[in-house]
Ligand binder design. Structure first.
Ligand code: ADP
Ligand code: MG
Length: 340
């Protein structure tokens, strides 16, 4: 038996297996890149539930012509120096674009503010063409066509256009809550349409964005959360017990501005409402944690949505305690029961 180094394309396809699970993962990665580039406008267009086409256009910093080949090369990033503990951006792995290029047809067209013309680079199933001159405004346009054409096994797992479109819309809403000053539009070939205007950079703007995402009825039926425990600050909004959903999809959590999916936070929300909600009803919530980045690890999974808190018990206690307190203050549960 001989051991060989795998080809770059196969290496990228293996990474894509984790990073790019479905069309919504592509949208998430491309929108994160636009936000990391300082975009104030992000336009997303999809067709066929994102399997035929995903296009994300931003007005961010753009990519210099000489950097385009690096943008699609594995482990190349402009966001992380040599310290994995100092992550301030949504991206840091340098994996998304090469992964996407290995399983789809990827075109990146970009122009920095001071460049005289735009350049484009194309990656199809791992084969790179360009960079070559192209026409485009300042900023970046990324187009992904025929997702998973190069990995038919993954293509078979897709759930159908409707389900993929819903997942895309959920991803955009989730991230949009954390960036209220950015204008987002999402247009699908079907009737999907999401338009989120840029909001003011203040509390009113944040609440307004939340209402656009969770529904205009949400603010009237929500309680504010604001608590601090041992250096961990938790702010946000949670719904009152009479304003609930049949699933927990509208529970959003953010750690230092990054949308996360955390089982323990979800469990803590459930526990906080345990004696005021039936098991099959779920509160709506937007919870923002801010803490010293050294107390939380975001480098847990390639999709960057999982986190590990240094002290999970503290976070659980903070969620349960602050939600119960807010409910008690509003006279919606007895004030006497314990916190965690
Ligand atoms: P990461 O985001 O982890 O750095 P990606 O593969 O997503 O890795 O992107 C690689 C690099 O390409 C980024 O570090 C960034 O420099 C550049 N890039 C990608 N998308 C954009 C964009 N929309 N605007 C500006 N630069 C971008
Ligand atoms: Mg990225």
């Amino acid at each position: 038996m001989t051991i060989r180094q795998l080809s770059e394309t196969v290496i990228n396809q293996i990474a894509a297996g984790e990073v790019i699970e479905r069309p919504a993962s592509v949208v998430k990665e491309l929108v994160e890149n636009a936000l990391d580039a300082g975009a104030t406008r992000v336009e997303i267009v999809t067709a066929g539930g994102g399997l035929n086409l995903i296009r994300v256009v931003d007005d961010g910093s753009g990519i210099a012509a000489s950097d385009l080949p690096l943008a699609v090369a594995r482990h190349c990033t402009s966001k992380l120096s040599d310290d994995i503990h100092d992550i301030r951006s949504l991206g840091f792995r340098g994996e998304a674009l090469p992964s996407i290029g290995s399983v789809a047809r990827l075109t990146i067209r970009s122009r920095t503010a001071d460049a005289t013309e735009a350049m484009e680079i194309v990656v199809e199933g791992g084969r790179i063409a360009g960079p070559r001159p192209a026409a485009a405004n300042a900023g970046t346009q990324v187009e992904v066509r025929d997702l998973f054409f190069a990995t038919p096994a993954r293509l078979k797992f897709m759930k159908g256009e409707r389900a993929e479109s819903t997942a895309i819309s959920d991803v955009v809403k989730r991230i949009a809550v954390a960036f209220p000053t950015v204008r987002f539009t999402l247009t699908g070939a079907d009737r999907t349409r999401l338009e989120l205007a840029a909001e003011a950079d203040d509390e009113v703007g944040r609440l307004h964005r939340l209402a656009k995402v969770l529904g205009d009825e949400f603010p009237k039926n929500a309680l504010a959360i604001d608590a601090m425990r041992e250096g961990v600050r938790l702010t946000g909004q949670v719904s009152i017990p009479s304003f609930t959903r049949a699933n927990a999809l509208q529970q959003y959590a953010y750690v230092n501005g990054r949308p996360v999916r955390d089982r323990q936070i979800a469990a803590a929300i459930r526990a906080a409402y345990a004696d005021v909600l039936p098991r099959d009803r779920h509160a709506l919530a937007a919870l923002f944690f801010s803490l010293d980045p050294a107390l939380v690890d975001v480098n847990v999974h390639p999709a960057k949505a999982d986190v590990r808190f240094r002290d999970p018990g503290l976070v659980r206690g903070l969620v349960i305690g602050s939600i119960r307190q807010a409910l008690a203050n509003a006279g919606m549960r007895p004030a006497t029961s314990g916190t965690a």
